[in-house]
Design a protein around this ligand. Sequence first.
Ligand code: AMP
Ligand code: MG
Ligand code: MG
Length: 327
Amino acid sequence: MSPNITLTSLKMASTSPLILRVVATSVVVANRAGEIIRDIMSKGDLGIVEKGKNDLQTEADRSAQCSIIASLSSQFPGVKIIGEEGDSVSSDVPSDWNVTDSDPSVLALKCPDNLKSVKEDELVIWVDPLDGTSEYTQGLLDHVTVLIGVAVGNKAVGGVIHQPYYNYLKEGAPLGRTIWGIIGCGWGGFTIGSAPKDRRVITTTRSHLDATVQSALDAMTPDEVLRVGGAGHKVMLLLEGKANAYVFASGGCKKWDTCAPEAILHAIGGKLTDMVQGESYHYHAEVEHRNSRGVLATAPGEDHSWYFSRIPESVRQLLSGSSTSSR
Ligand code: AMP
Ligand code: MG
Ligand code: MG
């Protein structure tokens, strides 16, 4: 990088609107988390803990979250950060886990007027340090993502999805990639694909299937079902045109699973809602963590209301019964 570009980046890093600085920093922070995830896998001791039924945590989840929260909270001390593995920041974070750089291409974006003057206390950052833990422990490494979502008030506005193992089976290809998006502002790190026109491809859970999930899936009369791990990975399939919709009639996903993917999907014209009322989830700091009304996401150009109309009434009833708050 030339000295001029470095100086320009430094100046932008201090003068760009907060939302751009948070997303730009999150890109670099997510890359560092991805390195930590790969390092732990290559050392071979995953330190698996069972958090609940069908819900694992590894040393990689813990360490990646520690790096992400330490980095973001030291740079944005007034922003509320909610992480899947708890919100506390350990005092002995290795110094090379504390990231201070930011992505210059995000800093250089033109910020839409409605986001220009957003303040730290209006933001909530939702962190899933390792989405697809079950698949990580089983060696399905390309299902794994790092998710950092940024909400303003109720709304998911910006997001970063990092895939630490992107290209890991392609010899010589660069390992890992990071995609990002901000609604009304831009997106990057991937090429938008068009969803299949002549067939209906639906993606859903690989490790959390039950009768309700299956009955909603059947009601969509899919030509093909892609069962893969992680909310981040499934929304990636929509972004890249590999699936038309993501259907998950379960309250198992949490706000840290959907905030970043939803923001990026909305930035490119797709849609993610609950399955009871067809509304966007809220992402303010006090909201229920579970997405108890299920997740229905559609690729850009798909008729979201068609998918919504196919959800069986029995499924809607079950999902609305398990909800403890309005969103
Ligand atoms: P999946 O599509 O099954 O990979 O799930 C997407 C995200 O939601 C992952 O972070 C899962 O850990 C989480 N998730 C989904 N269902 C459940 C569940 N029943 N219990 C715990 N976590 C779940
Ligand atoms: Mg997750
Ligand atoms: Mg996780």
